[in-house]
Write a protein that binds this ligand. Structure first.
Ligand code: MRU
Length: 360
């Protein structure tokens, strides 16, 4: 990636989490401050910050903010009292969004900081340790994305066209991206490639975010309506698909933005390889199969507007399942920071998850 600075959608500024407001991109680049855990919770719930790994990073910072507040309010608290207060914060942040397992992974990492501390640790020491862990989760996420890119770049054919769905880029992670990390790494390796971005109704993560960040990096990107992907795959205009994931079950079934399953079916029907790129913090070995992954249902009304323009009749019913599950048999390979998993995933994922720790 040369000397180019890695863009991150999160900044940690002296106890305040700053987030680029992803609802306002690409029209406006506005950074908002989150100075309390409640503000972080709201930013996740309302999609100011979104994308599984970025949600995990934001939640970790939210816990660090809360830890600082608790230490300021009750400096006399010992570890066990502090742990009890932190549990309330963890429980609340865990309700922000249900599907991305990175949220729960990051909250567990923060819980473990308190558990690993000496019983005699002061509230201030605990808060400092939690802040350090949040910063390291963010840094490790960027490093994991770069490793995903290294492992995945070879799958992108030189001169080919790659389709991606939603935004699994720098904006969805600590930085660099998962699916877009693979694309970036192939580009940086000198390959010529074109990217097709599904627009991804209704939040338009493809049209607004993927297009914005790839154009910023000088990549060739074309936005298509979600419904056009199958036809372009059938016409041989796409050589591979790379998407991210919000949770990968132990058997390789992968939850990602609604519409991903349809892309996988169409890719399969046209013999185009379909790759999922994700850090190991997205792999959930406790969830046996995709049917057990909780799927977020957002307000149907979120579909009724494009920008500020209402497009649906008043009173009409709407339904917006925000994710779907692509069954493992449609996935050619899962590209992780620890290497590439191939079917059968129950064995290959278990092996990758035990190969070493997630920390770099
Ligand atoms: O609802 P969102 O925008 O949070 O959904 C994001 C996705 O589905 C991404 O593809 C996924 O989180 C992978 S991010 C690297």
């Amino acid at each position: 990636m040369g000397d180019r600075e890695i863009f991150s959608p999160l900044r940690w500024n002296d106890g305040v989490l700053q987030l680029i407001d992803q609802l306002r991109l690409p029209g406006e680049e506005v950074w908002i401050d989150c100075a309390s855990e409640d503000e972080v919770h709201r930013a996740i719930r309302t999609m100011i910050v979104r994308g599984a790994p970025a949600i995990g990073c934001a939640a970790a910072y939210g816990v660090a903010i809360a830890a600082r507040r608790i230490a300021g309010e009750s400096p006399e608290l010992a570890r066990d009292g502090f742990a009890a207060e932190i549990e309330t914060v963890l429980a609340d942040l865990a309700t922000a969004r249900p599907t991305a397992v990175n949220l729960f992974w990051a909250l567990d990492e923060m819980r473990n900081v308190v558990r690993a501390a000496e019983k005699s640790a002061s509230a201030r020491q605990l808060a400092d340790a939690m802040e350090q862990r949040a910063v390291s989760i963010h840094g490790e996420d960027i490093a994991m994305c770069q490793r995903i890119g290294q492992h995945g770049a070879d799958f992108v054919p030189d001169g080919g066209t790659v389709l991606t769905h939603c935004n699994a880029g720098a904006l969805a992670t600590g930085g660099y991206g998962t699916a877009l990390g693979v694309i970036r790494a192939a580009h940086e390796a000198g390959k010529t490639l074109s990217v097709i971005a599904d627009e991804t109704r209704p939040y338009l993560q493809g049209a607004r975010l993927t297009a914005w960040e790839l154009m910023r990096d000088g990549l060739d990107v074309t936005v298509i309506p979600d419904g056009a992907a199958a036809a372009l795959l059938r016409r041989g205009e796409i050589q591979c698909c790379v998407v991210g994931a919000d949770r990968i079950a132990a058997n390789g079934d992968a939850a990602n933005k609604i519409g991903t399953y349809g892309v996988a079916l169409a890719a399969n029907a046209s013999n185009v390889p379909f790759y999922v790129a994700a850090p190991r913090s997205t792999v959930d070995l406790q969830t046996a199969r995709g049917a057990d992954i909780p799927i977020e249902e957002r307000e149907g009304a979120e579909m009724f507007n494009i920008g500020t323009t209402r497009i649906a009749p008043a009173q009409v019913k709407g339904r917006y399942p925000a994710f779907d599950v692509t069954p493992a048999h449609l996935i050619t390979a899962i590209i992780t920071d620890a290497g590439v998993a191939r079917p059968p995933y129950t064995e290959s994922l278990a092996q990758l998850m035990s190969s070493d720790t997630i920390r770099s």
